[in-house]
Design a protein around this ligand. Structure first.
Ligand code: 8GP
Length: 793
């Protein structure tokens, strides 16, 4: 442990000298991480002790994803050691930033949902609330992305073997999970059969410390690893093959579910997570099971952990011996559910047959939940159509979202618009049946990672103007409103933005051998690739700009760099073709002797939390252009806003609330509203073809696209063609394209007035406080979980 810079340096050097190998950055990183780990361990032990002592209610956040990002830097920030260590290392000739880069990044998530879980963990610990994560320790996280001739390539990652191990294996807490087997009547009543011939899997927890800021709270993120059980639980037959089967459960995130085998594996993962986490909670409690909801709240992050509902019922019925009514009362007062998407393809439905085969007892309980719920609905004399929608089991499938709503005490969407859509449309019947369950909790992001850590220059500037209370209470950022007309402050802001833009340019030279113009406008579209996120619209617009430059010698706009970053799911061909298209157009534009002085397209490879930390602070423009109604919330929009980028977007997700905060004058909004999109979808009155035929510019880019000149070979755009033409452009790309183009022109015009632009940026920052995940967590705690702050020093 060290308490001053000098002490730090002394300890660090001593440890370095003990090394056999020469002091590489990797070694230096390991030493530093080990030193930080000591602080963490002390606070972690103390927090664990306090939680036991005070017997306060605990929250468990069940999530199939936790996109936590690198830990060294964030832990240093939260422990208030960052500056001291940074200076100390600097004096010793090391760069902390470089050491941070040595840390392998656990990619235990895909995108928004997983990153949200990580922000929530940070806020819970920093607000000194007892809230823990329960997830899976995937051996390979999300693939690492490369580009080969403009195509996405996917390489497996190995974060575990390269890691110094922030997490601790807890063999003493290992548990066993049964799969398959048969039920036999045990004579103890219809709901308590015996489960025989199960195949057992051992679940070993690895505990990861979640270090809070401003205090000494360290919560736990418990990640389960699947292993071969001990001898007495092994099945007969080939042990090596069984071991392989078992280990695949925690092998990778979202196995491909296009095959039955892949689906079965996903289901195994979900049950593995739920059963292991619930068994530990119930086993290690020190209160009677009947008061579980008083001591424990469980939040299920989307439907992936929805099996927690029947699994908790199973434990209460079969292991704790409670009646159905008692068990149901406890379950439906303990579990609550967050929905993150209304996209049909993401609404999980499991085949009843598969569920019954893999989890016979759990399936039996789902059937009983469904039977009882149907009985209740029938008493209400609803229309057959409504009854069908309310069914949990329907047509041989189990609808997980319906199960999650029925078995939870509260259900929420993640932005106002999204929650309204859930209530009025997607889950209308359920909302009418349970009018008090539904509520909104607009997402948030931890400003400690996305502003304090990612943009220390801006943080310091803010603190120099308004003091640093905003770090504890982000609503204090409002005070910046007093500086929106202050030319000195605005000039300082501009300088910081430029510094961040330069840093990103340097980074790209070093890591991707790409040279960009730091004086250009940085326009960023960074998120997962998906049809509804409309990267296609962005790149088609860029092609329109290119055509204009080629056609019109007087059109020479302010230089702009268009950044794209994000991964496409391995089997999502449409999205992969969009990536290729972006890279093809990029090559054409970036090598054009005229156009390249005005437009530059950059695809930043292998988007990850740490790359994102470098990009958000450097952005001038935040592209939030999803088809209205499709983006549940978005959280990138908030990260941009907090770093002073101006939004160019549709009225979708939380962007609606961002504009509510800053006013129409400080964002650029365009396109169909959610209402209009839903109307078109219902009435089927949109015809993409008309836009291709009647709008000259659109006609031209589409024909370039279809003729193969943009894709260098028509075979590469089959899926794009099918979506735009065959499926009548379901995401309204062509419908919104011209409005998007006009809005870009407005953006450019406003950018020319530098002071006015900076004013907009600063208003964005000043009004961003409400989007801190601290606010979101306080709301969940007050209205759903009932947590109390535990201690502070
Ligand atoms: C995302 C939503 O798309 C995004 O709008 C929202 O901000 C974020 O969740 C956090 O609430 N949804 C997902 O990431 C998602 O549904 N992922 C599962 C399908 C894997």
């Amino acid at each position: 442990m060290f308490y001053s810079k000098e002490e730090f340096k002394e300890n660090f050097v001593k440890l370095l000298e003990q090394q056999q190998q020469p002091a590489s950055s990797k070694t230096a990183y390991s030493i530093l991480a080990g030193m930080v780990r000591e602080f963490v361990q002390r606070d972690w032990d103390e927090t664990t002790y306090l939680y036991q002592e005070e017997q306060r209610k605990q929250l468990y956040y069940f999530s199939i994803e936790f996109l936590i990002g690198r830990m060294l830097g964030q832990n240093l920030v939260n422990l208030s050691l960052y500056e001291m260590v940074n200076e100390g290392l600097d004096e010793l000739g090391y760069s902390l930033a470089e050491l941070e880069e040595q840390e392998p990044e656990p990619g235990l998530g895909n995108g928004g949902l997983g990153r949200l879980a990580a922000c929530f963990m940070d806020s819970l610990a920093s607000l000194q609330m007892p809230g823990h994560g329960c997830g899976i320790r995937y051996k390979g996280g999300l693939f690492s992305q490369g580009l080969n001739d403009g195509f996405q390539t996917e390489q497996p990652t190995d974060w575990i073997n390269d890691s110094i191990g922030w997490d601790t294996r807890r063999e003493d807490l290992a548990l066993y999970i049964p799969f398959f087997g048969k039920l036999h009547a045990s004579g103890k009543g219809p709901f308590k059969p015996e489960h025989r011939d199960a195949k057992w899997v051992k679940a070993v927890p690895y505990d990861m410390p979640i270090v809070g800021a401003y205090g000494n709270t360290v919560n736990t993120l418990r990640l389960w690893q699947a292993e071969l059980p001990e001898q007495q639980l092994l099945p007969a037959g080939d042990i090596d093959a069984y071991q392989q089967q078992v280990e695949t459960i925690s092998d990778r995130l979202y196995p491909d579910d296009s095959t039955e085998e892949g689906k079965l594996l996903r289901l195994k993962q979900q049950y593995f997570l739920c059963s292991a986490s619930l068994q530990t909670i119930v086993k290690n409690r020190d209160f009677p099971i009947t008061v579980l909801p008083k001591h424990v709240a469980i939040q299920i992050n989307d439907t992936h952990p929805a099996l927690a509902i029947p699994e908790l019922m199973r434990i209460l019925l079969d292991e704790e011996g409670l009646s159905w009514e008692e068990a149901w009362g406890i379950t439906t007062h303990t579990i609550s559910y967050t929905n993150h998407t209304i996209l049909e393809e993401a609404m999980e439905k499991w085949s009843s047959q598969m569920l019954e085969q893999l989890l016979p007892r759990v399936y039996m309980i789902i059937q009983e939940i469904d039977r009882r719920f149907k009985e209740k609905c029938h008493q209400e004399k609803l229309e057959p159509e409504a009854l069908k929608k309310l069914a949990i089991i329907d047509d041989g499938t189990v609808k997980m979202a319906t199960l999650a709503v029925v078995g939870s005490y509260r259900v929420n969407g993640v932005a106002k618009l999204h929650t309204d859509i859930l209530k009025m449309r997607e889950m209308k019947e359920l909302n009418e049946h349970f009018p008090h369950k539904f509520h909104n909790k607009t997402n948030g992001i931890t400003h400690r990672r996305w502003l304090v850590k990612a943009n220390p220059e801006l943080s310091d500037l803010i603190s120099s103007a308004i003091g640093d209370e905003w770090k504890r209470d982000t609503m204090k950022l409002h005070k910046l409103n007093e500086f929106t007309q202050d030319p000195v402050f605005l000039g300082d802001f501009k300088a910081v933005k430029q510094q961040k833009k330069n840093q990103l340019a340097d980074y790209l030279v070093k890591h991707q051998a790409v040279t960009i113009d730091p004086e250009s406008i940085y326009d960023m579209h960074i998120k997962r690739f998906h049809g509804y996120k409309r990267q296609l619209m962005n790149i088609l617009h860029i092609q329109m700009l290119y055509n204009r430059i080629k056609e019109d010698a007087s059109y020479r706009p302010h230089p702009r760099t268009f950044f794209f970053a994000g991964k496409a799911a391995k089997s999502y061909q449409f999205a992969k073709q969009v990536i290729k298209l972006i890279n093809t157009i990029a090559e054409q534009i970036n090598t054009d002797p005229v156009a390249r002085h005005h437009l530059h397209v950059v695809f930043v490879e292998d988007y990850s939390v740490s790359r994102a930390e470098k990009m958000f602070p450097a952005a001038d423009i935040s592209e939030q252009i999803s088809t209205a109604s499709k983006e549940a919330s978005g959280t990138g929009n908030m990260k941009f806003m907090m770093n002073g980028a101006v939004t160019l977007g549709t009225f979708d997700g939380a962007t609606v609330e961002i504009v509510e905060q800053i006013g129409d004058d400080n964002a650029f909004i365009f396109g169909l509203s959610a209402q209009q999109v839903m109307q078109f979808e219902k009435e089927k009155t949109y015809h993409a073809r008309e836009f291709i035929e009647k709008d000259r510019e659109i006609g031209r880019v589409v024909s370039e696209l279809l003729s193969g000149s943009l894709s260098k070979g028509a075979e590469n755009i089959d899926f794009i063609r099918r979506q735009l033409i065959g499926e009548n452009d379901p995401f309204f790309v062509l419908k919104d394209l011209q409005h998007y183009a006009r809005t870009h022109n407005r953006v450019l015009a406003e950018y020319e007035d530098s002071l006015a632009w900076q004013e907009m940026s600063v208003v964005n920052i000043a009004q961003s406080g409400i989007f801190s995940s601290d606010r979101t967590i306080r709301q969940y705690s007050d209205e759903v979980w009932g947590l109390e702050k535990v201690h502070s020093k």
